[in-house]
Design a protein around this ligand. Structure first.
Ligand code: CAA
Length: 400
């Protein structure tokens, strides 16, 4: 068992930590007051080679591993979860295309967005007002009309949508088939895609979410990704990968909470000694550190599984909910340890708490992650021979 990073991964880890130290951490507070897309920092991240890491080399990308993506997300998440979300969102938007588009489609639609001087963006359009956790309930429709598809519907909470040049859209081509009738399309902004309401959030103010409106939007047939009816599976396969990315941002937030609270505990004196000398504080810090440690390795392992073409659905769901909960718990504890300073805006802890909350909600709520993980655990254990043979209620056959 070898936990070390490869040379390439180590370099990327160092580069993204240095980038965060210079460009994210010192500016995140000031930028979030603007409550807008942090264009300048994201452009710098693009120039530093921190975006679009998973695009294959045949389509102009660096073709790097999911582990590498998690390293960049953890490092940038340490500085600001909102900026990390803005930077990593192309990973989510383009993942369905990397999974199922042809090389020709990637070259035509994605390569021009990732090889120019300016950063360009994609947006992953799955969620709708009445299709959140129940992703199969998508009401957006795509109808074949000769050599084109006609798309109608409204998506909501779509990250980076106002900035996006290309939308990855999940729409129903055969609504009567429910999830088996869902398909996925690449829709260029130039096809008269409209941006609706821009949401006002509590945290992650350095990332932008909005409605996206498709009103008789026409796209050529070659904008269909994979085959008609494959959309739901492509969405699930995408999320299996990208949930590791959210877990990584969460690990960054959890670590930042440990570091800020630890620093405060060693500087702040009460009753004649640093408050970190009191077990009431040091035990909290120990648990915060342990949660972060576990979150980091769950995250990296779930990404490593995907990089090695091994199933990671259960593991990435577990990593996502564990790391997001760790970020939230750590941020709350950091606020508590820092007392009044924890609750005041010019200090770092309250922003961590506001930002962490969204990690438990987006890219599949933590409850959905527990559904995925719980089902997987039951499936694995139901026919397991534990060596202890006993009948429950007179039965040995499973009821599930
Ligand atoms: N890989 C491949 N196929 C999968 C799969 C996976 N991981 N998971 C399920 N499937 C397949 C199943 O095998 C099944 O196939 P068949 O029909 O051929 O048997 C099919 O998909 C349906 O599976 P389920 O019955 O399990 O599906 P469900 O309707 O019960 O839903 C769910 C399962 C896990 C709750 C799913 O709907 C889900 O993940 N919901 C959450 C959606 C989500 O994460 N939204 C976030 C949007 S992105 C966002 O927030 C981003 C942002 O802006 C930052």
């Amino acid at each position: 068992m070898d936990f070390s990073l490869s040379d390439k991964e180590q370099k990327m880890w160092e580069r993204s930590k240095a980038f965060t130290y210079e460009h994210i951490t010192p500016r995140a507070h000031e930028l979030e007051k603007r409550d807008e897309f942090p264009k300048e920092v994201v452009q710098k991240a693009y120039e530093a080679g921190l975006m679009n890491l998973h695009i294959p080399t045949e389509a102009g990308g660096p073709g790097l591993s999911l582990v590498t993506e998690t390293l960049v997300s953890e490092a940038t998440g340490y500085g600001c979860a909102g900026i990390a979300t803005s930077v990593m969102c192309n990973n989510l938007a383009f993942a369905p295309l990397v999974i199922s588009a042809t090389t020709e489609q990637l070259k035509e639609y994605v390569e021009p967005l990732i090889t120019g001087k300016e950063a360009k963006f994609g947006a992953f359009c799955l969620t709708e007002r009445t299709a959140g956790s129940d992703a199969a309930a998508v009401a957006t429709k795509a109808e074949r009309d000769g050599d084109e598809y006609l798309i109608n519907g409204v998506k909501c909470f779509i990250t980076n949508a106002p900035q996006a040049s290309l939308f990855t859209v999940f729409a129903s081509t055969q609504p009567e088939l429910k999830h088996k009738g869902l398909s996925v399309f690449m829709v260029p902004k130039s096809r008269a895609v409209k941006i609706g309401l821009i949401e006002k959030k509590v945290g992650q103010l350095n990332s932008v979410q909005s409605e996206v409106i498709f009103e008789d939007v026409r796209v050529p047939r070659n904008c269909l990704v994979g085959k008609e009816g494959e959309g739901f599976k492509i969405a699930m396969m995408t999320l299996d990968k990208t949930r590791a990315g959210i877990a990584a941002i969460a690990t960054g937030v959890a670590q930042r909470a440990v570091d800020e609270a630890g620093k405060f505990a060693s500087v702040r004196h009460q009753f004649g000694q640093p408050i970190g000398r009191f077990q009431g504080i040091s035990f909290k810090l120990a648990e915060m550190g342990a949660r972060t440690f576990a979150a980091r390795w769950m995250t990296r392992y779930s990404a490593w599984l995907a990089d090695n073409d091994l199933p990671n659905s259960k593991d990435s769901s577990m990593a996502k909910f564990f790391a997001a909960d760790a970020a939230m718990q750590n941020a709350i504890e950091a606020v508590q340890i820092m007392g009044g300073y924890g609750y005041i805006k010019e200090y770092p802890a309250e922003k961590l708490m506001r930002d962490a909350k969204l990690l438990q909600i987006y890219e599949g709520t933590n409850e959905v992650q527990r559904v995925v993980a719980g089902n997987a655990v039951i499936k694995e254990s139901v026919n397991l021979d534990t060596g202890f043979h006993v009948k429950y209620d007179g039965r040995d056959a499973p009821l599930m």
